[in-house]
Ligand binder design. Sequence first.
Ligand code: PLP
Length: 269
Amino acid sequence: MANKVVALTIAGFDPSGGAGIIADIKTFIAFGWLPAAVITSLTFQNSQGVFGALHQTAESVRDQLLPIVEEFQVASLKIGMLPTREVVIKVAQLIRELNLPAPVVDPVCRSTSGYELVERDAIQALVSELMPLARLITPNIPEAERLTGITIDDEKQMRAAARKLREMGASTVLIKGGHLKQTSVSGNQEVTSSTLREGSRQAVDILDDEGRVTVVRGEWINYPPMRGTGCILSSAIAACLGNELSMEEAIRAAKEFVSDTIRKSASAS
Ligand code: PLP
């Protein structure tokens, strides 16, 4: 009998469901995938903030993953919060040894409320061990600044940071411009989201795919602010890549999905 095919997230658990694994699973299901999940950290949080976290060990991460790969075929992989150096190293080792698909990596560092979700040396290990294995990494601007040391105030600096991340070992980088104060764009090739309305504030992301730079524009609609949008975007991209979309198609579809999710959450509140 053929194994069941799943989309897997290896990420932090936010019991309140705003971010992390619950957001990833909801996204996988929306794109038609059977979800599976490995918890890297049990966090304590709600919409007001993060109050603490109980990080998993490398062994418990491995012990969660092995039964999943024994029974299921992992066709799509998203990686989120990896709290410690030992967990990062174990996840990279397991991806290699178990021949898991090249992951979409969301290099989660800090919550919007300012809580440090991962230890400092976990970030160094993420760069050296995991980034070279990734199909795509999806830092937001504060994460890209932290990973590269480049201060990002405009699109030119986004491009420079994306290039530096490739030089540091990533093959493909999507820097999400939602945190950029002004969005003046002088793009090469452009992808315009169908949700874009003239005159509206834009969300401008930079995709650097092995040196081919694409400006991905969408309408900036994160109002009222919603948590977990980075988690949703990266798991949606992983889901779409697993559905054999090209990188650009996957990013465009994922951005539309995030916009729709924000709109729905705004109209529900
Ligand atoms: N908690 C977990 C487990 C996360 O993975 C993340 C972000 O990826 C957050 C919290 C922070 O999310 P936000 O900044 O949207 O609140």
